[in-house]
Design a protein around this ligand. Structure first.
Ligand code: CP
Length: 316
């Protein structure tokens, strides 16, 4: 059954399962916008059993952590937060593995985990018997980010009678280190949109691993695509290898470079953004700029996913 072990990647989902997820996320959005305020506890859907979700973030996060926390609260799931080294037994040398297994031993209903590649999330659900949602795992993937991007994009497309199927997404920047890019590569296969990469050679995946189209010139990529997504330049990984000034000149999204982008296209960034490097802050006023809409859609998408994982037998 889909989602019973949580969600680690997007390879095993079928299109109808993603459609169902987006449909549920749309219901969450409509409910929220119609109410225009947070539900009181009495208004939340009554659940026969108390549920809790352990949000275990071994790496920093703003959007993912807060949106999962809010999604839990809106779905009557109690969030338990573990989000920094300080004040935990990691400071005393306890390992990440032992930390997770101890939290799992307390019996939360769901584990939502952000960790580096050194931690293996793949066997965790089977080992603990608790569903696990990947909230950003090393370079392996960030499936809920790709899903929320596609949910947001699909909604804007459908408002003008178009579908994501057959559309073209240009991903610009630090693709080699990006878990978001890895998840879009998987999701594009299922939802049938085309991806192309754009960036300096040292930011692209090794040549033998590239299956997608590559644009070396930003302008050509922007003329080709229906949506462009800039990625954060992970400066910490590139210190001695590239010039920020060259990157800005050749690959920054700003008013000048985006004159090559269609007026009907959209501009995305998963965040956090290095303004002045991969993107200029002047873009906030561009009607094609959907970065904050991505963030809002993240709450509804994650709420839908949590409910699929925890309540699918009760509510669907
Ligand atoms: N997009 C994203 O994962 O942002 P955070 O690191 O702030 O969660």
């Amino acid at each position: 059954m889909p989602y019973t072990q949580g969600l680690l990647d997007l390879r095993t989902l079928q299109r109808f399962q993603i459609d169902e997820l987006f449909h549920l996320a749309q219901e969450k959005k409509n409910f929220f916008l119609n109410k225009k305020f947070e539900s009181s506890p009495e208004e939340l859907q009554p659940r026969p059993n108390f549920r809790s979700a352990a949000l275990i973030f071994f790496e920093p996060s703003t959007r993912t952590r807060f949106s999962f926390e809010l999604a839990c609260q809106r779905s009557s799931v109690s969030p338990l937060i573990f989000s920094s080294l300080e004040g935990t037994s990691l400071q005393k040398g306890e390992t990440l593995e032992d930390t997770i297994h101890n939290i799992a031993a307390m019996g939360p209903s769901l584990l939502i985990v952000r960790a580096g590649s050194e931690f293996d999330l793949s066997g965790l659900s089977q080992m603990t018997g608790i569903p696990v949602i990947n909230a950003g795992w090393g370079k392996e993937g960030h499936p809920t980010q790709a899903l929320l991007d596609a949910f947001c994009w699909s909604e804007f497309l459908s408002s003008r009678g178009e579908s994501i199927s057959g559309k073209k997404l240009l991903v610009v920047g630090d693709i080699r280190h990006s878990r978001v890019a890895a998840s879009h590569r998987e999701l594009a296969q299922v939802l049938d949109y085309e991806i192309a990469w754009c960036g300096p050679t040292e930011f692209l995946p090794p040549e033998d691993l590239i299956q997608e189209r590559v644009f070396k010139k930003l302008q050509e990529g922007l003329e080709w695509c229906d949506a462009v997504m800039a990625l954060r330049v992970q400066i910490e990984r590139h210190q001695s290898k590239f010039s920020l000034e060259d990157y800005r000149r050749n690959f920054q999204l700003n008013f000048k470079s985006l004159s090559s982008l269609s007026g009907h296209a959209f501009i995305f960034h998963p965040g956090p953004i290095n303004y002045g490097i991969e993107m200029d802050s002047e873009l906030h006023g561009d009607p094609r700029y959907l970065v904050l809409q991505q963030v809002s859609h993240g709450v509804w998408l994650r709420q839908a996913l949590i409910e699929k994982v925890l309540f699918s037998r009760e509510t669907l």
